[in-house]
Ligand binder design. Structure first.
Ligand code: IVH
Length: 687
């Protein structure tokens, strides 16, 4: 019989000096402490019913730490002491998920959810239709793997197939068990959960960040997502992260048929679930559940953006399978975005990286769905006039998920004298150059001699999606520009380690690191480089389209308007801005200087990805986002063929509004049918 663990109930916190312990005693005590600390975590985080005081917990923890320090051979990777984080890593290891981590089809409109319910009823016997409804957490989806009850590793969702190993970071979260409670444990368990940050934790952390002069996170989701991907787990350990578990990805050793039973088992094992999960037998009940949660939403301490409806029976789920990346057995029913009313104090004008002037509303801080909003975009002058918002007005603010807060409308509150009508300034508010205007848009034409544009351009150039220069964050660029160290993009490559070291906050090692990161960015892919240049309208996607068509930087630099506009997906407006960009001597000169500084842009030729090679597509009906010829060009540019009739050789039929007889042909031939939305998703994924 195993000895009773003395640290579980009324533990004594008086300990012998570690030098008086034999290695055997030390080992036994460390093991008992580990088990007990895990148990106390479970009582605290999962059961919400701690059996010892925080003080006693801290003492047990300190004792374990002391033992591990005195007897280093006793250290284990899953010790609760590891919850304080481990030394930083250079990058995360990639890990393959045990099962693909699917995403959810979602809708806001009731009829779309009803269609889902109809679909389920069509394919499942009425008596088997039980739904489990859960809150849809607005956080970051992760996979955690337990082998024989021990935490093995955890990863981000990544692209659904491969994620990043963030085990050390996950271990710092108190509600992540390192050892499951022994209770009919599976031999192998891969679970899925959502890492979130509570609203209260978020507000507190943001306040501290602002007080320290650091940037505030926009919302709890961004904060959770940013922090959980920190390379230094010690910086994760002191953050208020939490986790809820909601699905099994893979389980071996035991079987559970009903998801409801899974959700009952999770907390017994120590995996925290939402107390709001519920069983529903009808669509009406689901609807009521959503209404109730929508009402409670504001009062909750964590953000949810809808509900998830899941078929309970796990065997039937298998039979229903998936469509593209979404299971057919589940659907998310989103909530309406949040709106709040506040006072608009001032309309200021911001200068973006392309010189575009954007009016921004400064607001009396207002809590919109748990996040304090104090600025909101107004897009352009026309919009300010259309909405007729002025200084001092009452306005309604919206914040939907990740989206930047927006002013929706003015709330009339008669009687008071209103502020003056907003007009765009004649001069750039940052550099004073006379503003030029094109239709609804206003620009500062000073280009990189305007500090605001210079700063934004360099920040964009260095950003992750562009040249991905690690450690060159917005603040550092800001400081470099202010100090006059960077007057143009190529100056980046002329910075010496010494220059960097002289900047506030840098030491030998960090300066070296940033210097290396800048040097390492010298061999970009063509599409990244194009995107990094910050040409108006050239986002990631268009940059890829250009790279695929033109293959080399040289060809794009020399492309005529007609060459550009002939490319599918490139309309006259984009063609013009791309052409105009390269027609400017200053831009050509800047590119020459980048190349002279050692930047060597890889050409795409010969290494072009052909992700849809060998596939045949047929289109029917009207598509919302593409003309027929655009859709054909698009799949062809990705290596597929587009034909006009369905045959046994067709791989996909893409169906728009009012499809023709091709749909029936496709069904007969068992051809995979894609709605436009699925098609778009597919394109996004392969590109
Ligand atoms: S189930 C195959 N349940 O919503 C179904 N997801 O795309 C797997 N989410 O990536 C997801 N709360 O991050 C499920 N109760 C919940 C959830 C939930 C939030 C997230 C998850 C997923 C996204 C939808």
């Amino acid at each position: 019989m195993a000895k009773k663990n003395p640290f579980k109930k009324n533990p004594s916190t008086k300990f012998k000096n570690t030098s008086k312990l034999s290695p055997k005693e030390a080992k036994e005590q460390a093991e008992q402490l580990r088990e007990a600390l895990e148990f106390h975590n479970y009582r605290y985080y999962v059961k919400n019913d701690p059996v010892i005081s925080d003080r006693a917990y801290d003492k047990l923890f300190a004792r374990l730490q002391e033992l591990e320090d005195s007897f280093p051979e006793l250290q284990t990777p899953d010790s609760p002491t590891r919850r304080v984080g481990a030394p930083p890593v250079d990058e995360f290891k990639k890990v393959q998920h045990t099962e693909t981590m699917l995403s959810l089809d979602s809708a806001l409109e009731e009829n779309k959810i009803k269609n889902f319910d109809d679909y389920i009823h069509k394919h499942v016997n009425k008596s088997d239709v039980t739904y489990i409804v859960e809150p849809k957490f607005d956080g970051l989806s992760v996979e955690l793997v337990y082998e024989n009850g021990k935490f093995s590793y955890g990863a981000t969702r990544g692209d659904g197939t491969t994620g990043e190993d963030i085990s050390e970071n996950l271990k710092t979260i108190g509600s992540v068990p390192l050892q499951l409670q022994k209770n009919d444990l599976p031999d192998y368990l891969a679970v899925r959960g959502e890492v979130i940050m509570s609203r209260s934790g978020f507000q507190k952390m943001n306040k501290e960040r602002v007080e320290k002069g650091e940037n505030a996170f926009a919302n709890p989701r961004n904060a959770a997502a940013g922090i959980i991907r920190q390379l230094d787990s010690r910086k994760v350990a002191d953050k208020p992260l939490d986790i809820f578990f909601y699905e099994i990805l893979k389980m071996e050793g035991i079987e559970i048929q009903s998801h409801w039973d899974v959700l009952k088992k999770f907390p017994e094992w120590g995996l925290k679930t939402s107390p709001l999960n519920k069983k529903c037998d009808s669509f009406d009940e689901v609807k009521k559940y959503r209404e109730k949660l929508a009402e409670q939403r504001d009062g909750m301490d964590f953000e949810i953006d809808g509900i998830v409806i899941k078929l309970d029976n796990r065997e039937l789920r298998q039979e229903l399978g998936k469509r593209q990346r979404n299971p057919r057995w589940a659907m998310a029913w989103k909530f309406e975005p949040k709106k709040e009313v506040t006072i608009l104090r001032e309309i200021v004008v911001q200068v973006g990286r392309t010189g575009m002037l954007t009016p921004v509303a400064l607001l009396d801080p207002v809590d919109v769905g748990g996040v304090t909003v104090s600025r909101a975009t107004l897009h352009n002058e026309e919009e300010v006039h259309e909405k007729d918002v002025r200084r001092g007005d009452k306005v309604r603010i919206i914040r939907a998920g990740d989206v930047i807060p927006e002013v929706v409308e003015r709330v009339k509150s008669g009687g008071k004298k209103r502020g003056p009508k907003f007009t765009m300034p004649d001069e750039c508010p940052v550099c004073g150059t006379e503003v030029v205007n094109e239709g609804a848009y206003y620009f500062c034409p000073a280009g990189l001699s305007c500090p605001a544009q210079l700063k934004n351009r360099i920040q964009h150039y260095a950003s992750r999606e562009a040249m991905n220069i690690e450690n060159l964050g917005d603040k550092i660029v800001d400081r470099m520009v202010k100090r006059g160290m960077l007057k143009n993009l190529p100056d980046l490559y002329h910075l010496s380690k010494k220059d960097i070291k002289e900047l506030e906050g840098f030491a030998e090692k960090s300066a070296s690191k940033l210097y290396d990161a800048i040097q390492e960015s010298k061999k970009p892919e063509l599409d990244r480089f194009l995107y990094a240049l910050g040409i108006r309208h050239v986002g990631r996607h268009i940059a890829r389209v250009l790279a695929r068509k033109f293959h080399t930087l040289d060809k794009i630099r020399k492309a005529h308007y007609d060459d550009l506009v002939a490319v599918s997906e490139i309309g006259p407006e984009i063609a013009e801005t791309v052409h105009d960009f390269f027609a400017e001597d200053v831009n050509q000169e800047m590119i020459d200087n980048l190349l002279d500084a050692g930047v060597s842009v890889k050409s795409t030729k010969g290494r072009e990805k052909i992700p849809l090679e060998g596939k045949t597509f047929v289109f029917t009906g009207e598509l919302d986002h593409y003309s027929r010829s655009e859709a054909k060009d698009l799949v062809e540019s990705l290596g597929a063929r587009a034909t006009s009739s369905v045959s046994g050789n067709t791989d996909y039929l893409v169906v728009g509004e009012n499809p023709g007889s091709k749909l029936d042909d496709a069904k007969k031939e068992n051809v995979k049918i894609l709605k436009e939305k699925d098609f778009q998703k597919m394109i996004e994924e392969v590109e």
